[in-house]
Design a protein around this ligand. Structure first.
Ligand code: G3H
Length: 343
């Protein structure tokens, strides 16, 4: 964020700024979910990637389209509404999850909201392990914020197949409206597209009405070509979202990976007419990175994809930095990062 940003709500006509920048809330259209298609192996094997061109383009993205100062707050408010506020730690407790849910309901202090002159907002969802679903559902009651659960032996996805399917069913029963499954990386690494398709189809079926996000764990797929091929197969098998990472791989969301996944989503839409959502996850913790992702989405997919049914950030600490930047925008002061600790 630009440290010269002037404080005060007088400079921020959020609705107009957001509309100008094309991040405005569109009327929620009830679109059919992606039902998937037959497995099209010709399409999968025809994928070609110019890795150096993708990497060159990705390098130009941060700062390339610097959002004008007066629009930055509007973009950051939009980013908040698209966060799957996440806690996925071995030491998660009910208390931590309740605090996280309180933060999801009210991500900004009443004072900042008042100074910015905006309507109160919420995050897109709260994302937890199965054991914490009930607590999260209770804590979010009445807010309209969905609970997402990671599933299928997250993060490695190597537990027995029937248990992975049962885990999805249990999480849906416990109240999760969204299920983030992990794919079997070995199916990608061995080019077993039929196995990946069948696995994803079964997971989708087990989700019932809950939406399913397919975590590719891109940092473990070896090449960008594999990332695109896995993206296509998961969409063909009916994924509602494709998601980069668990946050536990040594390489998580990156811009080159995002570029090829977003373009796979565009190709899939062009061929089938079905929109699939995108969720970069893992290591996105700075407000300025969030804005880079959002402008990339706007450029490559258009504003329809800047709604919570088609875009989410998977992030545990991004909200804290955004809050700090918005506080600075509203008051002219930066507070210490620890004042914005989450959970
Ligand atoms: O899906 C979400 C990720 O696990 C969050 O990763 P993070 O803790 O690096 O933000």
């Amino acid at each position: 964020m630009n440290s010269e940003t002037q404080p005060g709500s007088a400079n921020l006509n959020t609705q107009a700024d957001v509309a100008h920048e094309g991040t405005t809330q569109l009327p929620q259209v009830q679109e059919p979910r992606n039902p998937g298609t037959a497995l099209d192996l010709d399409w999968v094997s025809s994928v070609q990637i110019n890795t150096s061109a993708i990497e060159r383009r990705a390098k130009t993205l941060p700062g390339r389209r610097s959002v004008k100062k007066e629009y930055q707050a509007a973009w950051l408010l939009k980013a908040i509404s698209l966060i799957d506020l996440t806690t996925l730690s071995g030491d998660d407790t009910k208390g931590r999850v309740r605090r996280l849910c309180a933060k999801a309901r009210q991500p900004l202090s009443a004072e900042i909201v008042k100074r910015l002159g905006v309507e109160p907002i919420t995050t897109g969802a709260v994302c937890v392990y199965h054991e914490m679903i009930e607590t999260a559902v209770k804590a979010l009651k009445g807010s309209g914020i969905p609970v997402a659960a990671v599933s299928t032996g997250f993060p490695a996805g190597l537990s027995p197949f029937h248990l992975r399917v049962a885990e999805i069913e249990e999480s849906v029963k416990a109240g999760a409206a969204e299920i983030d499954i992990v794919i079997s990386r070995r199916h990608v690494l061995t080019g077993n597209w039929q196995a990946l398709y069948d696995e994803m189809r079964t997971f989708r079926q087990a989700c019932g009405n809950a939406h399913v996000k397919a975590i590719l764990a891109t940092g473990e797929l070896g090449t960008l070509r594999n990332v695109v091929r896995a993206s296509l197969v998961c969409m063909m098998a009916g994924a509602d979202f494709i998601k980069t990472s668990t946050g536990k791989e040594s390489v998580n969301a990156t811009l080159p990976v995002s570029l090829v996944m977003i373009r796979a989503i565009r190709d899939y839409f062009d061929r089938t007419g079905f929109r699939v959502g995108y969720k970069p996850a893992g290591g996105i913790s700075k407000a300025k990175d969030a804005v880079t992702y959002l402008t990339l989405i706007k450029d490559e997919l258009g504003t329809r994809w800047l709604q919570p049914d088609l875009f989410r950030f998977g992030a545990s600490s991004l909200l804290g930095d955004i809050e700090r930047q918005l506080e600075h925008f509203a008051t002219g002061r930066y507070s210490a990062a620890h004042r914005h600790a989450i959970g």
